[in-house]
Design a protein around this ligand. Structure first.
Ligand code: AMP
Ligand code: MG
Length: 424
């Protein structure tokens, strides 16, 4: 028996006719594997890529104790606890220009933010509280030892990993790596994802629509979602609902890509013929997921000669394509890209101002708009929630994720939301 079928048939709660979103996600994540190839890139070119090995700090960052404020570096032991202390000015320490020598008893040094703390000094007094009269500097009482210092190594310690393998590199990591003086990093190679749309009714943009045809929009949303994840996309176009054409497309995809995404052809009316074909080309499970939209889905692996690729057979409905991508495919592709640890889409609870129609027994991902109402975030549903209405996705900025056990939601009840866009 094949590995996928082995894995899932062992699970006692596996029911392909009604699979929970959670179970489907677990099976998929358990089955996919990170790609192996690495490449070396200049730090800037690594934005959005996944680190293949730890970046270890070779030095402390910052390299020296330095001042967090503009003021005066002093020896705490010189200060009287309950009265003003007058110190004599011995020199200055600016960022990039250190004070040479050691601070003696009764001395202080003018210091600017980032200036290296002179030897002997252990405390910085901010300039706003000090009275300066030429070389005589009066320090008020009640200072704290060690105040206003940034310690050597408080950002990064020498010898410790500064950024770990598996991290998706964002602007913060680029800066952190640069702060170590590192110019190049080792990252995983880009994930290659092939995709095509299936359906005899589909017409590509740029061609006049014939009677009964619809424009193929799924290849555009898929392109956008994959490109934003940083995948290398291979667009195999529209494939007719014909066994020979589909078989050729699957072979072509499996020969070039790590993952294959298809849309359409997995609903009950069409499943028989495509199911036979997918089963012939690899190992594929067909699921009815207890969710809306996005009930039918296929998942598995397609083989072509020596090569194989993971297959995500998504439903044809334009909204269902996006929902299933965000709920299942995105995380699986991140794992294949080498991201670790994997965080699910963030989810948080807000009051819902709309009434939502919902049947218990399945997860629903309605389209919502998070908005600010007098200082508090709330969500309202976008209008029509039909799974063919892509406008609902465009108007929305989040999913309203309603748990399986829940029924209708009354205005004012709390619901979970998953924003579409993060900061990355
Ligand atoms: P299917 O899952 O193939 O039965 O398709 C379900 C619905 O989605 C049908 O109304 C299709 O016309 C529509 N659909 C399928 N593929 C696409 C596509 N690539 N672009 C836009 N609509 C599609
Ligand atoms: Mg179809």
């Amino acid at each position: 028996m094949s590995t996928l079928m082995n894995k899932i048939s062992c699970a006692d709660d596996y029911d392909p006719e009604s699979l929970s979103v959670q179970r489907a996600r677990e099976i998929i994540l358990d089955f996919v594997e990170p790609v192996a190839g690495h490449e070396r890139l200049f730090v800037r070119n690594a934005l959005g890529r996944v680190l293949a090995e730890d970046v270890v700090s070779t030095a402390n960052v910052p390299g020296h104790d330095n001042s967090a404020m503009d003021g005066y570096a002093v020896r705490f032991a010189d200060l009287a606890a309950e009265s003003e202390t007058t110190l004599s000015l011995a020199g200055s320490a600016f960022a990039g220009r250190a004070f040479e020598g050691r601070l003696g008893p009764g001395e202080c040094v003018r210091i600017m933010t980032g200036g290296v703390i002179p030897e002997g000094a252990d405390t910085v007094v901010i300039q706003e509280v000090v009275r300066a009269d030429g070389e005589r500097i009066a320090i008020p009482p009640k200072q704290r030892q060690g105040q206003n210092l940034r310690r050597a190594g408080e950002d990064l310690r020498a010898g410790e990993p500064a950024v770990r393998a598996g991290k998706l590199l964002r602007p913060a990591e680029l800066g952190l790596i640069a702060s170590l003086g590192v110019a190049e990093v080792n990252v995983r190679r880009r994930l290659r994802v092939a995709f095509f749309s299936t359906g005899d009714e589909l017409c590509s943009v740029g061609t006049p629509l014939k009677e009964g045809e619809v424009y193929d929009s799924n290849r555009y949303t898929l392109y956008g979602m994959l490109a934003r994840l940083g995948c290398e996309v291979i667009d195999l176009g529209v494939v007719r609902d014909e066994p020979a054409a589909l078989e050729a497309a699957f072979h072509q995809a499996a020969a070039q890509a790590d993952a294959i995404l298809t849309s359409g052809g997995v609903s009950v009316g069409e499943a028989d013929f495509i199911r036979g074909l997918m089963e012939k080309l690899g190992e594929v499970a067909f699921w009815k997921i207890a969710m809306r939209p996005g009930r039918p889905m296929a998942f598995g692996r397609i083989t072509s000669g020596e090569r194989s690729a993971f297959l995500f057979g998504l439903p044809g409905n334009p909204v269902a394509v996006m929902v299933t991508f965000y709920q299942f495919v995105r995380e699986a592709l991140l794992k294949m890209m080498g991201v670790s640890p994997l965080d699910p889409l963030p989810r948080f609870r807000v009051p819902c101002v709309s009434a939502l129609k919902k049947r218990p027994g399945r997860s629903e991902f309605q389209r919502g708009v998070l908005f600010l109402d007098d200082g508090a975030w709330k969500v309202r549903a976008t209008g029509s929630q039909g799974s063919g209405i892509l406008r609902s996705m465009s108007e929305a900025n989040c999913f309203i994720a309603v748990e399986p056990e829940r029924g209708n939601v009354e205005p004012g009840e709390m619901v979970d939301v998953q924003p579409f866009d993060g900061l990355v």
